[in-house]
Design a protein around this ligand. Structure first.
Ligand SMILES: Nc1ncnc2c1ncn2[C@@H]1O[C@H](COP(=O)(O)OP(=O)(O)OP(=O)(O)O)[C@@H](O)[C@H]1O
Ligand SMILES: [Mg+2]
Length: 328
């Protein structure tokens, strides 16, 4: 089983317009309302891939209720702590003419001490009750949450012998990385923030992944690079993968789709081949998601189809360094 945690979920509202007109009345061609937040998106794709998963988190107010109802309607197993305050709404306007997406994301309600304590207790209980392989900690923290929230959840997972995957940003990411989760999935900007280095090309990303791995003692680091694919370091091996060509619509939640497919596929086997296959499926999911409006709504067939087009190059870190040095 995979447990995803979203401390700051949202109700995602997406309006699709053919041309966004500022300071004018806009009428959407399509409106989507979806339970959202990164861990929720991950749980959605895990369900699509047939993986046993539970989405956990904190929610409150009428919006929180709507999220729980939406999750039930989608058939996504969930267990959320009810807390004070109104869960946030995040709005996105997708402009089909120029493929831009304008987002307005509320900060979310302030998390109280008792709300945080309830979440820790919930995760501890769910890890005790279930045979869990991965704990996926996803997204931003709500205002008022301790910066070390993900570090504390990582410690809880370790006490249960469960591997943690962390996908966050800013201080929550740094504090979380300091607890040495098993896997870290920053995108390019997050990896730049973590390392302080500019990531222009894939070689830079490989270097950044190694820095993150060594500095924070993290066994597996995967940096996603949007349409340029991803680099993955694990077990003294380096995997470099290219994204398949797509008809781009919106890459929002491509990273979440990527993480879901990576964890779900990696769970099925051990060793290098399994890691390579997991990366292939992850890129397939990221690409399939980017062809649609909405977060993690791609089908299993689309993921598998895209995954077939992914090229993964595997080498040892030493041989890659020697190869890179020769290119200089
Ligand atoms: N334009 C694209 N074409 C093909 N694949 C893409 C494209 N954009 C994203 N992907 C796929 O999705 C993966 C994740 O994308 P990205 O690096 O943008 O993640 P992210 O910024 O973490 O996304 P989010 O946080 O919104 O979920 C990429 O590694 C790639 O496999
Ligand atoms: Mg991301």
């Amino acid at each position: 089983m995979i447990l995803t945690v979203t401390p700051n979920p949202c109700l995602d509202k997406t309006w699709q317009v053919d041309k966004l007109q500022i300071d004018k009345v806009n009428r959407p061609l399509l409106t989507h309302t979806l339970a959202g937040g990164k861990g929720v998106n991950v749980a959605r794709v895990l369900k699509t891939l047939g993986c046993n998963a539970v989405a956990a988190g904190i929610c409150g107010g009428a919006t929180g209720k709507m999220i729980l109802q939406a999750l039930s309607k989608e058939g996504i197993a969930h267990d959320f702590v009810r807390a004070q305050g109104e869960t946030r709404t995040c709005a996105a306007i997708v402009n089909t003419t120029d493929c831009t997406q304008t987002e307005i994301n509320e900060a979310g309600p302030v998390l109280t001490r008792s709300g945080a304590a309830k979440l820790f207790a919930l995760v501890d209980r769910l890890l005790t009750e279930n045979n869990c392989k991965w704990l996926a900690l996803c997204g931003s923290l709500p205002p008022g949450a301790p910066d070390e929230m993900y570090a504390l959840l990582t410690e809880i997972a370790k006490s249960h012998g469960v591997q943690t995957a962390l996908d966050s940003s800013g201080t929550a990411l740094i504090r979380g990385a300091e607890a040495s989760p098993f896997l870290l999935k920053p995108n390019r900007a997050e990896a730049e923030y973590l390392t302080g280095m500019a990531i222009g090309c894939r070689d830079d990303a490989v270097h950044a992944a190694q820095i993150v791995q060594e500095r924070y003692h993290i066994p597996a680091v995967v940096i996603t690079l949007g349409e340029e694919g991803a680099v993955f370091v694990w077990n003294n091996k380096l995997y470099v993968a290219s994204s398949p060509a797509i008809r781009f619509v919106s890459a929002v939640a491509s990273g979440d789709s990527f993480l879901a497919a990576l964890l779900c596929t990696w769970m099925l086997g051990e060793g290098d081949e399994s890691a390579c296959e997991a990366l292939r499926m992850a890129l397939g999911a990221g690409a399939a998601n980017a062809e649609l409006v909405g977060a993690g709504l791609c089908t299993r067939e689309a993921i598998v189809q895209k995954a077939r087009e992914v090229m993964v190059h595997c080498s040892t870190l030493q041989s890659y360094s020697a190869y890179s040095a020769q290119q200089l």
